[in-house]
Design a protein around this ligand. Sequence first.
Ligand code: ASP
Ligand code: MG
Length: 416
Amino acid sequence: MAIIIHKYGGTSMGSVERIQNVAKRVAKWMRAGHQVVVVPSAMSGETNRLLDLAKEIHPTPNPRELDQIASTGEQVSSGLLALALHREGIDAVSYAGWQVTIHTDSAFTKARIMGIEDEKIRADLNLGKAVVITGFQGVDPNGNITTLGRGGSDTSAVAVAAALKAEECLIYTDVDGVYTTDPRVCEDARRLDKITFEEMLEMASLGSKVLQIRSVEFAGKYQVKTRVLSSLTDPLIALEQEMKSGTLITFEEDSTMEAAVISGIAFARDEAKITVLSVPDRPGIAYQILGPIADANIDVDMIIQNQSVDGKTDFTFTVPRADYQKAFDLLKNSVQAHIGAKDILGDPKVSKVSVVGVGMRSHVGVASKMFRTLSEEGINILMISTSEIKISVVVDEKYMELAVRALHKSFELDQR
Ligand code: ASP
Ligand code: MG
C-alpha cells in the first residue's frame, strides 16, 4: 500500500461533471489499495474571477486581502470534491492549507512553503480516508492566509508528496504530458515519455507552462517522483495503463532515455529588452544599472555587456514585458545623471526561444545548428545566452513562432 498524491488543475475541476470524474478516478485508486491525498486547484476561471473582483473594488489591492480572497477558490473545489467522493462511497475529508498546517513565509501572493505538518493527514489516511487538501495556499507565522503564486497548486502537491514521502505525485491536467514544444505553436510537437528533472526545470523556467517552476524545484530537492498526465481520459482506465501514460520526470538519464540531443523547445513570448548605451566601463556599473531594477522587484533575465572600446561599453538586458515601462523609466532618470551613459534604448517586442537537452553535454555543434537554422529562415538573433543544457536566443516577437517550428524540425523533434 502506497501513498499517492493526485493533483487536479482548474480545467480538471472545471464543472460538476468533471469533479465527479475526479472522484471516480480517486475512488479507483483507493479501491486498488492505495492511500490517496488529492490537491485540487480552483475551478477554471475562478481565481481570475476573484482577482478581478478585488481589482474592481480597489485598483491596488492590499496583498494580504488578495490572498484572503484568492484562496477561497480552492476551498470551494476541495469541499465539492470531498462531497463527490462521499457519493462514490469513499470516506473523504477536505482541509484548507491553514488547517493541515501548510506553513509559508509572509510574502503574500507569492509565498514559499516552509514546512508541512503531516500528522493529521497520516491519521486520516490510516483511517482509510481520502484526504483533500486545497492547493495554492498556506498560512504564515502570524496566522495570515497566503497564496503561492499563480499555478501554485502544482507546488502544493509536490510539497505534500515530499512531506509524506509519497510513492508518486501525479499531476493531472488538461494535456496528456510534457511536449517537445507547445502544440499550439507547432503541430508536430509530440509528448515525451520521460524528461529529466533538469530539463523540466529549464523548460518550466524558460516559459513552458505545464508545471509551476517551484514545483519542479521541490521535486528535485526532495526527489519526488512526479508524473504529468491527463485528467480527461476515462476515469476508470486500468491503473497499469494510467501509470504508463503521461510524462515522467526522472532523476537519472537512463539508457532508455530517448537518444535525442535536444528534448524540447521552450519560449517566452512576452519579453522586452533594454540597452544602456556607452556606459563608462568601471567597477560597479552593472550594479548601478541593475540594482534599482532588482529593488523594484523586477526579474532581469539575460544580461550582455560588450567588450569596452575607449573605456565605454553597451549593456543590454531583458525583463518581462509587463515590467518594461517601469524598468525603462527607472533607468531613464539615472543613466545620464548618475551612471554617465549616453542614452537608453528599449524594445518591448522581443521573445525568447530556447533549445533544451541534457544531450548537449555530450554533443558538440548544437549552437551552430541552432544559429544556422535561424539564419536559413532569415531570423536575426538579438541576444544569446547559454547554460550547460540550454541555448536561448532573443528574437523579434514576430519571428518567434517561425523560430520554434524551424528548430523543432531541424532538431528532428517531430521524429521518434
Ligand atoms: N488557482 C490558482 C491559479 O489559478 C492556482 C492553480 O491553479 O494552481 O493560479
Ligand atoms: Mg497549472
